[in-house]
Design a protein around this ligand. Structure first.
Ligand code: AP5
Length: 215
């Protein structure tokens, strides 16, 4: 399985990718998680990325492509779910080149379709575990104990870029820079669409069926 999850911020890509990567025994490669780790360690990459992430802007393509080139080499033979990459046409073209060099191709791109009011509701109510990265929502997917991760007992926090003003900017950036990928992958016959609204389990079941439809 070599699959990319595509969709606006808050569409549920990370929530579904974490579970499905375990089920399919493939790697979950999430560029947002990698960048947040780099920010947390204070590395040069993290310091550069933070200025863009805080504004809800995309980190420059060359930085992301270099970061993914290092990870894909190890992941390609095992299979992967790409979460949040590619996000521009330049990144999509780089991904195709990187995979070609590895003798691989992308099987499917799964697009998560979610309305904008729902995206705003989800992102402003999202809480994330500092320790294991598990994601919750204050009302639609709350932890059993407020502020505490069900999975590992870690502390839950709100991401800096989940404030309403930054979320609105991220949605605008998505429309301008990432949405053109829908046509890009449609033209290559790789795109399948799932509704990203409704119960998590229903969406989880729809993804393999949709992904299998083009293989
Ligand atoms: P990143 O971390 O990738 O953020 P994103 O794409 O904006 O995606 P999110 O993590 O916000 O949403 P998601 O679709 O994963 O939703 P989730 O499952 O968490 O990127 C952050 C930043 O890093 C970017 O802004 C950019 O600066 C930089 N960056 C990253 N990749 C880059 C790249 N390739 N190029 C350049 N820059 C890059 O769910 C959201 C909420 O909804 C949760 O609370 C969840 O519990 C809830 N939820 C999920 N599903 C449902 C459901 N079915 N019903 C109700 N609630 C649900």
């Amino acid at each position: 399985m070599r699959v990319a999850f595509l969709g606006p911020p808050g569409a549920g890509k990370g929530t579904q990718a974490r579970d499905l990567a375990q089920e399919w025994r493939v790697l979950h490669l999430a560029t947002g998680d990698m960048l947040r780790e780099a920010v947390a360690t204070g590395s040069p990459l993290g310091r550069e990325a933070k200025t863009y992430m805080d504004q809800g802007a995309l980190v420059p393509d060359d930085v992301i492509i270099r970061m993914m080139a290092e990870r894909l080499g190890a992941a390609a033979s095992r299979g992967f779910i790409l979460d949040g990459f590619p996000r521009t046409i330049a990144q999509a073209e780089a991904l195709a080149r990187l995979l070609k060099d590895l003798g691989q191709t992308l099987d499917t791109v799964v697009y998560f379709d979610v309305s904008e009011p729902e995206l705003l509701r989800r992102l402003t109510g999202r809480r994330v575990c500092r320790k294991c990265g598990h994601t919750y929502h204050l009302t639609s997917n709350p932890p059993k104990r407020p502020g505490v991760c069900d999975a590992c007992g870690g502390e839950l926090y709100q991401r800096d870029d989940d404030t309403e003003a930054t979320v609105r900017n991220r949605l605008e950036v998505y429309r301008r820079q990432t949405a053109p990928l829908l046509d890009y992958y449609r033209q290559r016959n790789l795109l399948v669409t799932v509704s990203g609204e409704g119960p998590l389990a229903t969406i989880r079941d729809a993804i393999p069926a949709a992904a299998g439809a083009v293989r």
